[in-house]
Ligand binder design. Structure first.
Ligand code: FMN
Length: 263
């Protein structure tokens, strides 16, 4: 291992430990400096409004949690049968759905089906939909506050670019649904400063695990995708190139393919 790699490995390990503030210099957080936070929900900026159904009692879910744990595994083969809108809605609700909001409407705190450090909820959810009942193929963005989707990008022919962005993992790029979780790091940094990268990644793991379990319970398959090309995926989602220290900086942090299981 050369010195450059060794140094970077050490920096990565510092991230795992949340940093020793006496080493990196303890600066007040922006919250302590009374600076404004970022809202926990991105404003609607795409096209259209797709209201997601919530009559989840109609899903034939496995309700025995031991069975769900026992059946959860990464599945990379999907049926040509479309994912229903109700199933998609259930997956979104499980991974990022908002249960309630508290605090002033200008700066609310959201409480969701997944935990998040300080309930800062730095994640946004984007979908590459290839085979979902009633929805055109395309790129969508989830609006958790109202449990709705908006069209993020009108082009439906994303497959080639998505395959490249997912490092050639065609099983994923061709999946009925690809979730991409992005982070707006400043939502968490405002309160937690340098510890935020660790917390954001922990938050992301919770969201993806809920997605795995929801998919399993609904008889679908899910596979987490950590191997992706950061620049290409960020560009495909129209994020500003980074990394940058801008407060509005957003980047993809995780993805997951989902589809019905083959018979
Ligand atoms: C952080 C993370 C990243 C992963 N990235 C990929 C990936 O890019 N491609 C893939 O096929 N599987 C990926 N997986 C799935 C793992 O390969 C899988 O969880 C592992 O082989 C164990 O199998 P199981 O999930 O069926 O228990 C990832 C899993 C995790 C937790």
């Amino acid at each position: 291992m050369n010195d450059k790699t060794r140094y970077q490995i050490m920096k990565n390990r510092q991230l795992l430990t949340g940093y020793n503030l006496s080493d990196v210099g303890a600066e007040k957080t922006d919250q302590e400096k009374n600076l404004s936070p970022l809202p926990p929900l991105k404003k609607k900026q795409g096209w259209g409004t797709i209201v997601l159904p919530t009559d989840f009692e109609k899903l034939n879910l496995i309700t025995d949690i031991r069975t769900v744990f026992a059946q959860r595994e990464s599945r990379r083969k999907y049926s040509p049968e479309p994912v229903s809108l109700l199933e998609l809605s259930f997956f979104l609700w499980s991974a990022q759905g908002v249960r309630r909001m508290a605090g002033p409407s200008s700066n609310p705190v959201t409480f969701r089906n997944v935990p998040s450090a300080g309930s800062r909820h730095p994640l946004e959810t984007y979908l590459f939909l290839n085979n979902v009942e009633g929805l055109d193929k395309g790129i969508y963005h989830y609006l958790p506050e109202n449990h709705q989707l908006e069209v993020w990008d009108k082009r439906g022919d994303y497959e080639e670019e998505l395959t490249e962005a997912l490092c050639g993992q065609t099983f994923a790029a061709k999946a009925p649904v690809v979730f991409v979780l992005s982070a707006l790091p400043y939502r968490t940094e405002w309160r937690y400063g340098l510890k935020s990268a660790k917390y954001i990644l922990l938050d992301t793991g919770h969201a993806c695990e809920n997605l795995y379990l929801a998919a399993t319970a609904a008889g679908c398959g899910c596979c987490a995708i950590g191997a992706y090309d950061q620049d290409r995926l960020d560009e495909l989602l129209d994020f500003m190139p980074g990394p940058s220290a801008e407060k509005t900086y957003e980047c993809a942090v995780y993805a997951a393919a989902v589809g019905k299981l083959p018979a």
